[in-house]
Structure formats: C-alpha cells, structure tokens
Design a binder for this molecule. Sequence first.
Ligand SMILES: Cc1cc2nc3c(=O)[nH]c(=O)nc-3n(C[C@H](O)[C@H](O)[C@H](O)COP(=O)(O)O)c2cc1C
Ligand code: SF4
Length: 478
Amino acid sequence: MTYRRVAQLRTADNFRDYTAEIGADLPFDEAVLNGSTSPLAQPYVYRGKVIGNRFCVLPMEGWDGTADGHPSDLTSRRWQRFGFSGAKLIWGGEAVAVRHDGRANARQLVINEDTADDITQLRQLLLDAHAEHHDSVDDLLIGLQLTHSGRFCRPNSHKLEPRIAYRHPLLDGKFGISSDDAILTDDEIDELIEDFAKAAVLAQQAGFEFVDLKHCHGYLGHEFLSAIEREGKYGGSFENRTRFLRNLVEAVRRAAPGLDIGVRFSAFDWMPFTPGPNGMGEPEALPNGRYPYAFGGDGTGTGIDLTEAKQFLDLLAELDIQLVCITAGSPYYVPHIQRPALFAPSDGYEPPEDPLVGVARQIQATAELRQHRPELLYVGSGYSYLQEWLPNVAQYVIRHDMTDFVGLGRMILTYPEMPADVLAGRTLQRKSICRTFSDCTTAPRNDMVSGCYPLDKFYKDREEYDRLMAIKKAQKET
Ligand SMILES: Cc1cc2nc3c(=O)[nH]c(=O)nc-3n(C[C@H](O)[C@H](O)[C@H](O)COP(=O)(O)O)c2cc1C
Ligand code: SF4
C-alpha cells in the first residue's frame, strides 16, 4: 500500500482533501500566527505557576547511558537540545528506571544514590541551554519520568528478563515467557512501590518539579491496567488494577512531600500486530474471538472504548493529580498506533493504515478525554508525522481546547528548534523535519544508541551509521 507523502501535500486544499479521502479527522488552521497573538504562545497557569507556552517535549530515551545507569555525553546532548527547543513543559526527559532490574535496556538511566548527581546535572544542562537561547527559565516546568519496564525489562543485555503482572495469551509467546516465574508477587510489588518512593525523593532533590509515574506503552504500570485475570489485590476489578497507581501516589507523597505527580498513560491499546504475507501489519489471531487485555479497548482488539480511560481520569482528579499526558498502545506490539510512521522499524511491520489516521486517532481521543475532565492539564502525543502541517494542526487543537499542550517526540530529535521557529514565525527548516524513517527505533532494537541517524549529522558521522544502513538494506531484501 502506498500512502501520499505529507511533504507532497503542499496546499491547504491538498491536505484537507487527502485527510478527508483517508478518513483522518485532522482539523487545522490555514494561517499559523506568531508572536504574542499565537495560541501556541499563550501561557498556561498550573497551580499558580506560569508555563510559558503550549509546546511540550515528550520523554525520549537514547539507549545511551552507562552500564550502571549514569548518563553519557550523548544523553547530555539530548537534554540540552530539549532545553534549546523553546518548549516550556518538559514531560519527563526520558524513562528512568527506579532500580536496575526494571531497566528496558542495559543503557537506560537508573536513579539511585550513585547516579543522582549526574541526573541533577542533566536537568541543569537543560536549564542552561534554555537560558542561553530563550528569555526566562522561570516559566519552564520540568519533570522526570520514573519507570519499571515489566514485560520489557532487558537490564543486563539484549536478553529479556521480564517481570510481569499477569500471563498474557499473545504477548507471552511473542516475547518468550513460558512459566509463571516472571509474575511479580504482591509482596514484590509492595517493595517496588518503595523503590519508586526512594527514586521520587532523589528526583525532588535533583530539582525536578514533578515525577511522572509512567503508565504507558506496555511497561509495568500500564500492564496493571489490563490485569483483569490477576488474582489478589492488584488484579481483577478497576479498583484493584489501579491499586498500583494509588499506592505509588501514597508512597511518593509520604516520602517526598511537595513533589508534584503526573501520569502518562496509554489511553487505548490494541492487540499485537505482526507482519502479514506482504509485510503489512495485521492483528494476530484472537483468542476466543475476544480481546479483553487492551485497556481502553472495546474487546475486538482493534477498537476503542474510552470508558475506563475516563474512569482513570476521574481517579487522577480524586487523587489530586492534574498533570496528564495521553499516549496510546506500545512501541513493541502496536507501534503504528503509538508512533505513526511511514517507514517501519526493523522489528516492525509496514503501516496497515495511513499514518495520518494514527495521528488523528490520538488527537481525537485526547480531545474526548479532555472534554470529560477539562480541569486537568493535558499533553497530547503523536504529532510528529504531521511534518509541515504540524504547526497548523497544533494551533487548531490548542485554540479549540482539544488539548492544553502539544507534545513533540521525534520531531525534537531532528529539529529541536521547531517550537522556537513556529513561535517566532520563521519559515520551517524543511531539511530538518522528521520524516519518520524510524531509525531512532531501529538502532536501539539492534543494540545501538538511538538518535536521528538520517537527518542529524552528529549521528550520521558516528560509526553505528554504516551498521544501521547494512541492517536496513538486509531488511529491504527480505
Ligand atoms: C527514540 C524514542 C524513545 C522514546 N522513549 C520514550 C520514553 O522514554 N518514555 C515515553 O513515555 N515515551 C517514549 N517514546 C515515545 C514518545 O514520547 C512519543 O510518544 C512518540 O514518539 C510519539 O510522538 P511523536 O509522534 O512526536 O514522535 C520514545 C519515542 C522514541 C521515538
Ligand atoms: S530517525 Fe529521525 S527522521 Fe527518523 S523517525 Fe527518528 S527522528 Fe524522525
């Protein structure tokens, strides 16, 4: 299936006609404003603190820390670029494991007594870069994303060392789990909650204003939300499936009073996809014709029902948590709904839908959720595939209260200045626009540091580049 390149949709009519043709509900403003009149430049007052504009940098790891969880020069460079972007909300920086066995890769950052000074320094580098290129840092809000990778733990090497909430009929086979040994006991979960609390104390001492208690992308927090078949206090009913979150919140508040809390969650999920005969993604076979394991799913495996996601927002409000970042699915088993891309990562599949449809799905879900609980602060995700049309859609969704912040992931890797350029009314630097080549995903899936190899000369010049190109060539030939 060939989809039209966004770069070819040169006029507003082209974009409107094409999105209508493919059924992507993507409203946009034809004219993007700049300066103080821009909706994207409007401050947001959050609990008395002014956040200076409506751009947010989404968390993005680089698989480039040290074996014992310290940041490297590559990590520092990325955080400096986050600060340089001009976005005034930094949602988490990147996923930081609360302990060694919860790392998603052997180069993921870990926050502990040994690494805390370096993580403090990362935040400072971001602040310095922001101060150097932008007016003030007083209106910048920076959080740290805390995680345990659950089913996708690879703490020591590329080998999976999963710790899971429940046995899953499809994901177990796909990711090599064949016994109950991987299941975390209730006591182990209680211990892990204390590890999150210790990590939160260190994050607070490092100067972060909030911690994100990650509940997305198939990692442990997210897995609890669909643990319908787990016995005991952490599974079954909605109340039990959200006990992990509630206990985390209680432990973090006890250990680090005054530290704010945010939650990034996958508001909907689908069943795992796999390459079909022509390489195009297709859903795996349904167990018993129903798929009840997708939080925010409608039971078919490929449909959405936001009833529980709304209940989750009610719970966040009840817990006095206002910072919410909406995302979807998982990069491991449904990458096309999580990070819409034209080019598949090496372990993925050809997109089964135009990626603009995936962008629209996340935008519309965020709008529906925001309508349910408008008093919370929302960050939306998945905008990078909009490319040249990103500023137009971003302005529209802010103007129409479909989200409060436009979160940018991959676009920041290639083109960190995009928010600053949009706000200043400068012409977009087309050569820097992320074209969703997925090399930032393919590289780490093949044990290389993540970065924008195709468009960022810094990565093009690294020794990994040739290896990555060889892997992609081999992939094309198969
Ligand atoms: C290289 C890479 C690393 C990522 N790391 C994280 C992470 O550490 N935590 C997280 O919540 N999401 C992570 N994501 C997901 C992004 O935050 C974002 O949701 C996704 O890329 C879609 O947004 P985009 O279209 O702007 O890229 C990562 C994405 C990429 C491409
Ligand atoms: S490698 Fe670069 S162009 Fe490709 S998806 Fe990642 S950020 Fe975008």
